[in-house]
Design a protein around this ligand. Sequence first.
Ligand SMILES: [Zn+2]
Length: 187
Amino acid sequence: MMLLLASGFLIGPDAMPTRWQDPGYNRLLWIQGPHCDQREDQVIDTIVLHATVNESLESTTRWFMNPEARVSAHFTVGKDGSIVQHVSTFDRAWHAGVSRDVEGRERVNNFSIGIEIVNPNDGIEPFTEPQYRVVDNLVGMLKRRFPTVRYITSHEYVAQPKGRKSDPKGFDWERLRHWEPNIKLVP
Ligand SMILES: [Zn+2]
């Protein structure tokens, strides 16, 4: 507990803005969350996509700021393509939980970047066109920053035990197919 408080203090989480305003399509607002820590030595090579279930960018950000949540992602993409960054990509966010990737590597948070997409994850409400475009942009940005990125996977795929998570349910992976073969899709 002390450690959590100490690291939270050092990282210096921002307060939620008193009046929320989505930053707008393809614009990024950084609201540092407390739920992160230092990565170990692993190379960053994976992007994990999620759906929030939470209904909005604001409520997701609020949840990630909640001391009881103990979860985070690096980015959340709102329905209009607004982006909030919660954690530096150089730090480890807590998005995948108990997990194992396609190569059998465990603790996927160590070597991945987590992107949350605002969607109820009911398999009915579609992900929006701005979300598809912004997720694609983020992949491009991350690939430039981390040329080692070679997988995009889903929380559903990596969560252990299998069936623990189902997000991002209904995401159209064909929208990211053009990244292959440089980045392999593992939905
Ligand atoms: Zn998830």
